[in-house]
Design a protein around this ligand. Structure first.
Ligand SMILES: *Cc1c(COP(=O)(O)O)cnc(C)c1O
Length: 403
């Protein structure tokens, strides 16, 4: 069929008829975007308040990122890691300079980068720490979200993510989130690592108590256990710092990044670590055909540059503070709690409000696109290039719908 004259309803029908039903999206069919704004096929304009789960921190079709994408696409897109290319080295150097870690290992999706961190931690435990082969435990947390591979869903506490997908990989132990004492008492001689999100995004922007990260760092160091922070969604400016862990002045042993690293254009992820950990990988131990491709690296390089040089991180801190204060000042019986950091805010609705989905649909009709997480929380996470005027525009609609 021709795509030029088709209506939204027709695209929805095609997707529902021929696509797998593993998502339940809002029925808005987007065909064009720029910065914080998107347009559907009928030409209706919306403010994007989800930013592709923070993969779009730099805004849609950022000119500098698109220019890098086009330029690289016409020159060299893929070599595989069997050969070298002239984009991977500069990206690794840029990331290390920016973060203070000594090495970067590139992958594509977030889940793959988490798997990479798990493999690094296990190999470190067996070859450096001295945990016997086929032993070792990684501590994970209730409410976690680290992706959708079979290993990762195996330690999810969300019943639906696991149901029917077993048998699962052993070697993980679930602990309550936000309680450092529980971690301390769970550690044994065979504990390999603590894998944790600094803020649980998919669980509804759950912010742990102040000092939690610092306590985990102390416990990990005291017991020779690796602290792995999944900053795939919390990192790259979302919380008003380059990484969320900077809010507590700590440094993890492995940081997992993804999402906004690809500038909303291509999937780019990876892990950052120092030599003691990254050194466990020898040629042949791990890899990915597309990981570290010149196209991905050129885009990621431009995406990082845009994020850092164009003030997006400071904007996230400043406007996040403003936005959360305005939301907290709202008087509505529908709201139970407003929480978050930077431009990453969850509004948890009262149980009697009837669920977040209908509010998201009402906001869509007013030109604001956002998505519920679980049943009762609306998540606000606009691109970090948003202006104060655009936040005010959104606030007007949020007030309309929630009060
Ligand atoms: C999105 C996300 C992932 C998974 O990333 P994919 O690219 O979807 O595989 C992992 N961890 C966190 C914290 C995420 O938000």
């Amino acid at each position: 069929m021709s795509t030029t004259a088709a209506t939204s309803a027709e695209f929805v029908r095609l997707e529902e008829t021929y696509g797998a039903h593993n998502y339940h999206p809002l029925d808005v069919v987007i065909s064009r975007a720029r910065g914080v704004w998107v347009w559907d096929v009928e030409g209706n304009k919306y403010l994007d308040f989800l930013a592709a789960y923070s993969a779009m921190n730099q805004g849609h079709c950022h000119p500098r990122i698109v220019a890098a994408l086009k330029e690289q696409a016409e020159r060299l897109t893929l070599t595989s890691r069997a050969f070298r290319n002239d984009q991977l080295g500069p990206l690794c150097a840029e990331l290390c300079e920016l973060t203070g870690f000594s090495r970067f290992l590139p992958m594509n999706t977030g889940a793959e980068a988490v798997e990479t961190a798990i493999k690094a931690a296990r190999k470190w435990a067996h070859t450096v720490k001295g945990v016997p082969d086929d032993r070792g435990e990684i501590l994970v947390f209730e409410g976690n979200f680290h992706g959708r591979t079979t290993t990762i869903v195996g330690f999810s506490s969300e019943e639906q993510y696991r149901a029917g997908f077993g048998p699962f990989t052993p070697g993980f132990r679930l602990l309550p989130y936000g309680n450092a004492e529980a971690v301390e008492s769970a550690i044994t001689r065979e504990t390999v690592a603590i894998l944790v999100e600094p803020i649980q995004g998919e669980n509804g922007i759950v912010v742990p108590p102040a000092g939690y990260m610092r306590r985990l760092r102390e416990v990990a160091s005291a017991n020779r256990v690796l602290l792995i922070l999944d900053e795939i969604q919390s990192g790259l400016g979302r919380t008003g710092k380059l990484f969320c862990y900077e809010h507590e002045g700590i440094r993890p042993d492995i940081v997992v990044i993804g999402k906004a690293l690809g500038g909303g254009c291509v999937p780019v992820s990876g892990i950052l670590a120092d030599d003691e950990v990254m050194g466990v990988f020898k040629p042949g131990d791990h890899g990915s055909t597309f990981g570290g491709s010149p196209l991905a690296c050129a885009v990621a390089h431009a995406a990082l540059r845009a994020l850092v040089e164009e003030g997006m991180i400071a904007n996230s801190a400043r406007l996040g503070e403003y936005f959360i204060q305005r939301l907290r000042a709202m008087k509505s019986a529908n709201i139970k709690e407003v929480r978050g950091k930077g431009l990453w805010i969850g509004v948890e609705l009262a149980p009697e409000a009837g669920g977040a989905r209908r509010f998201c649909e009402a906001l869509q009709r007013q030109g604001l696109l956002c998505k519920e997480t679980h049943v009762n929380t609306i998540r606000f996470a606009p691109p970090l290039v948003i202006t104060r005027e655009e936040i005010d525009w959104a606030l007007e609609r949020i007030v309309n719908v929630l009060t």
